[in-house]
Design a protein around this ligand. Structure first.
Ligand code: PMV
Ligand code: MG
Length: 360
């Protein structure tokens, strides 16, 4: 039996801008995870099952050209099969034996009642599947190779987004992220072998680990409203031609780069200042595009955190999901933020940063 786990994530800054190659974001991996288990089946076909979707049971088989066929053809595990396909193609290229496997998915990313917090379950399940399947088929992968396989799989399913969530799920902890040109990526992925794809340079891709100052405390509040990132990103696409969007991109890059430098010099007040700047930029973007990024609940979350000495903003695409606050853990009112959120109907989530090294 082979098991692998991958964490969920939260965006700290740089959302929307990061969809464009060359524009950075900062993310953090959190200790809500997806675990994928592979066991050898009795039969010649494998299965895919999940604790989150108890009624679905999918069987899968490889075809001679290296793709996977499933029964039923339409099923709720597209990220799992896309991830599996990448690993199987690589295993075939390396001349390894393709054995069937039963895959089982468990998750602590959503709550027990199936509420979605928006912590990046698609990316986490993709990364966990690649990681577990690579072990099952005896493929030693570097973290960068793992990221690249999962990124192609995730993009083939979702068709938009920066893949920053895949990076956070792969590398863990805090990181600065810049996406590659995904049009180039999809063309290249269809043209070259998987082995070539994971060893070649991906233009503009940049993943840099960050170390937070010891006093930095991350607080997360859940609004109770789920949001669809894919829809919001698709809607925002229509506004990219506007001059105001270009101004947003430039200002976001300046802000996030200043925040990255503040991480590197351990300057917590400067990190917090740039968080507030990024919030303002996203608020302006919302006004320009008409897309509701900071909902009234998120505004409340931010105002409460600010009143108690922290800085805060929406996280990710917004429109619901979670907001984050960055506080000084020694500041007198930091410990009051969670209760103050709770008192107005915002659910504080007891999340911690997920460091990959601790979970090897
Ligand atoms: O809503 P989330 O946490 O999945 O974040 C989306 C962030 C965007 O920049 C808006 C989209 C993306 O793929 O980077
Ligand atoms: Mg979201």
């Amino acid at each position: 039996m082979i098991t692998a786990t991958a964490p969920g994530k939260l965006y700290i800054a740089g959302e929307y801008a990061v969809v464009t190659p060359g524009y950075p974001a900062i993310l953090v991996a959190v200790d809500r995870t997806v675990t994928v288990t592979l066991t050898p089946p009795q039969a010649t076909t494998g299965t895919i099952t999940s604790d989150q979707n108890k009624r679905a049971r999918v069987t899968w088989q490889t075809t001679p050209n290296g793709t996977i066929t499933t029964t039923p053809a339409a099923h709720p595990f597209p990220y799992v099969t896309a991830a599996l396909e990448m690993v199987l193609r690589l295993a075939q290229e390396r001349g390894l034996e393709i054995r069937p496997a039963n895959l089982h998915v468990t998750s602590t990313l959503d709550d027990a009642a199936g509420k979605k917090y928006g912590l990046g379950s698609s990316a986490a399940v993709t990364v966990a599947t690649v990681k577990a399947a690579a072990r099952y088929y005896h493929l030693a992968l570097t973290k960068t190779a793992l990221f690249k396989l999962a990124a192609v799989a995730a993009y083939r399913v979702q068709g938009n987004g920066s893949l920053g969530d895949v990076a956070a799920s792969t590398f863990g902890s805090w990181l600065a992220y810049q996406t590659c040109d995904r049009e180039w990526l999809m063309k290249t992925a269809n043209r070259v072998s998987v082995s070539q794809l994971i060893t070649m340079e991906w233009p503009q891709l940049k993943i840099t680990p960050l170390t937070p100052p010891p006093a930095l405390q991350l607080l997360v509040g859940w609004t109770g409203t789920p949001a669809s990132t894919a829809n919001l990103v698709a809607q925002m696409d229509h506004h990219r031609v506007k001059a105001a969007y270009q101004q947003f991109l430039t200002a976001s890059r300046q802000c996030v780069n200043a925040m990255i430098r503040a991480f590197q010099s351990g300057d917590l007040p400067a990190i917090q200042h740039q968080l507030a700047v990024n919030r303002t930029l996203l608020t302006k973007l919302a006004a320009v595009s008409g897309i509701n990024i900071e909902t009234p609940t998120l505004t409340r979350l931010v105002e409460i955190a600010c009143r108690l000495g922290a800085q805060a903003k929406s996280s990710g695409a917004g429109g619901g999901d979670c907001g984050i606050a960055l506080a000084d853990r020694h500041a007198p009112e930091t410990s009051r933020i969670a209760a103050a959120w709770q008192a107005t109907g915002i659910t504080p989530l007891a999340l911690h940063v997920y460091a990959e090294e601790e979970h090897q």
